[in-house]
Design a protein around this ligand. Structure first.
Ligand code: RP5
Length: 162
């Protein structure tokens, strides 16, 4: 099975990545996590992206905050699908990273999820891999059903709380 490659710009992005890791573990998807920065360690980020397909990755997730160029810099060096997670920074509450991640020039796409939404990044990665993996597609369907059941349970319980 293809792996998911996760890169974060700093270990301060870890809380966001933990949400992605939780989902990948739940869906039994192999993954690897690295701290590479588009600005602080550009050579390492580039080398990782260039080798990613041959290293057995099927999709990459990149999380970064502030002037968040990491997902775009990775996408520039691979034709694997790249999912960007904008992370909140100290000043603009993630809007800076959101715009930096989502506004890619035509030709180099980054599929951007919501600010801090590591879970959706992992789910989207799983959906991409599941296109050619029926067993993973079935696990995804099971998770969707379980998540739906959990919301319906909340619906049933809300009246008792009010
Ligand atoms: C970005 O700068 C990182 O992705 C992180 O979100 C932000 C701040 O990094 P630290 O100063 O906490 O290392 O490159």
């Amino acid at each position: 099975m293809k792996k998911v490659g996760i890169v974060m710009g700093s270990d301060s992005d870890l809380p966001v990545i933990e949400k992605a890791v939780k989902v990948l573990r739940e869906l039994e998807i192999p993954f690897e996590v690295h701290v590479y920065s588009a600005h602080r360690t550009p050579e390492e980020a580039r080398a990782f992206s260039l080798k990613a397909r041959d290293a057995g990755f099927g999709v990459l997730i990149a999380a970064a905050g502030m002037a968040a160029h990491l997902a775009g810099a990775i996408a520039a060096n691979t034709t694997l699908p790249v999912i960007g997670i904008p992370c909140k920074g100290p000043v603009f509450d993630g809007m800076d990273a959101l715009l930096s991640t989502v506004q890619m020039p035509s030709g180099i796409p980054v599929a951007t999820v919501g600010v801090g939404n590591g879970a959706n990044a992992a789910l989207l990665a799983a959906e991409i891999l599941a296109v050619s993996d029926p067993e993973l597609a079935s696990r995804l369907q099971g998770k969707r059903a379980a998540d739906t059941a959990a919301v319906l349970l909340k619906d049933a319980g809300i009246a008792e709380r009010l």
